[in-house]
Write a protein that binds this ligand. Structure first.
Ligand code: UDP
Length: 409
């Protein structure tokens, strides 16, 4: 007999969400047993969507839904265009030429040809694979799950994407502020974190020390940490500036840990541009080490996620779960996680970030109080089990409209 490694079970959430919630979710899942669900996005690694899908697809399978995950492939120019779209959806500029549209639509069509989707429910993530829907005969609902900060999408780009979006049966956005003028029904699901992953489960002190020592991160002074993809909307330069102002009053060390998603061609350039900020007390790391993320978020005196746009910001919930106070940019999904002064701080400028850094670094009692409230917030609102239940409710609602299972093959 093969011994499989143990996977996370919904029952494992019981200490955090209670028996009643576990039973309720399992009962909902039972009604959808064997439902065939597929997720499609554009990267297996890097960024919050891959992080979420990694845990969510396993959890859905564990509760009985046959849930898959496909990734579209594309040439570098395809990903350069889709990254520009991503930026423009978050309010940036884009020169949307016919050539760009042609490459975008052609690559998605090629992916459609080699991706056979015969599932009961299809969930398409973000703009990269959005036009896939035009190439299939629908057998059940198609859902577009857009994870980006849609506070002010570029109007021209939105007009171009709208005809694709409106072919979907539902659109899921992270928060109500992102609602758009669309014919398609819109729902709002915030993501959640997996408390049992290597990134989020308690890490023994000795392992934290070992990880930090491995990367020669000094621990003699308090650590200020940002963990983010190398992306201009994460404002890493702003983080460095705020740190430089704060350390005039409180000595500390900054660690900026980042990575590059496989569908993001701008990352390497952002990383290179940060290297000039590097010095003894400003450590810029580009490594793919999940335990290091955990070690830094756990050990940090303060985590500073000073994003300028943020669809949700899993890194905020991850740090809060570890009882670490987070100073977050006052934008997008971060505002739903942090209540200013209660479980962290929200800031609008580099100067405000610096002030809050100094305040927190000088006041251990405040750090403890905000950190404890932060962990409790995540327990109540931002665990993956809540997001799973929202999906189950949505699938059940669709069951009433479509006959999802038992369609002729
Ligand atoms: N992340 C990581 N290593 C890094 C930087 C980021 O594992 O060096 C992870 C981070 O822990 C989080 C995800 O990437 O799980 C980023 O998700 P978030 O929602 O914060 O931002 P996104 O990258 O999706 O914009």
């Amino acid at each position: 007999m093969i011994n499989h490694p143990r996977i996370v079970r919904l029952e494992d959430y019981e200490p955090y969400i209670g028996t009643e919630a576990v039973d309720r979710i399992l009962a909902k899942a039972e009604k959808l047993r064997d439902l065939h669900v597929v997720n499609v996005n554009s990267t297996y690694y890097g960024g919050g969507v891959a992080e979420l899908l990694g845990s969510m697809t396993i959890l859905m399978n564990q509760v009985g839904l046959k849930t898959g995950w496909r990734v579209i492939q594309g040439s570098p120019d395809f990903f350069s265009i889709t990254k520009k779209m991503h930026n423009a959806l978050q309010g940036g500029e884009i020169n949307l030429t016919e050539r760009k549209k042609k490459i975008y639509e052609e690559v998605v069509y090629e992916n459609a040809l080699r991706t056979h989707l015969i599932h009961d429910v299809v969930i398409i993530h973000d703009p990269q694979p959005l036009p896939l829907i035009t190439h299939y005969r629908k057998r059940g609902p198609w859902i577009w799950r857009c994870h980006v900060d849609l506070t002010r999408p570029h109007p021209g780009l939105w007009d171009y994407l709208r005809p694709f979006i409106e072919q979907y049966d539902a659109v899921i956005l992270s928060i109500p502020e992102y609602a758009q003028d669309l014919r398609t029904p819109q729902l709002f699901f915030m993501p959640g974190i997996d408390p049992f992953s290597i990134k989020n489960a308690p890490l023994p002190e000795a392992e934290i020390e070992e990880r930090l020592a491995h990367y020669r991160i000094p621990t003699d002074l308090p650590l200020v940490v940002q963990v983010s993809r190398f992306d201009r909307f994460k404002d890493p330069k702003g983080v460095v500036e705020a740190f430089r102002l704060a350390r005039r009053q409180v000595p500390c060390t900054l660690v900026l840990l980042g990575n590059v998603a496989t569908d993001d061609p701008e990352g390497p350039e952002i990383y290179e541009s940060l290297l000039e900020c590097q010095e003894e007390r400003i450590i810029i790391l580009s490594v793919q080490d999940t335990a290091l993320v955990n070690a830094l978020q756990t050990r940090a005196a303060v985590v500073l996620q000073k994003s300028l746009r943020e669809g949700f910001g899993l890194t905020v919930a991850e740090a809060m779960w570890k009882g670490t106070p987070v100073i977050g940019g006052n934008v997008g999904g971060i505002r739903y996680q942090i209540t200013d002064g209660v479980n962290g701080f929200l800031v609008n400028t580099v100067e405000e970030a610096a002030q809050r850094l100094v305040q927190l670094l000088q006041d251990e009692t405040l750090r403890r109080r905000l950190g404890a409230a932060a962990r409790e917030t995540v327990r109540q609102k931002f665990l993956l089990s809540r997001n799973l239940e929202q999906y189950l409710d949505l699938f059940a609602a669709f069951e009433a409209r479509f006959t999802l299972r038992g369609l002729p093959g």
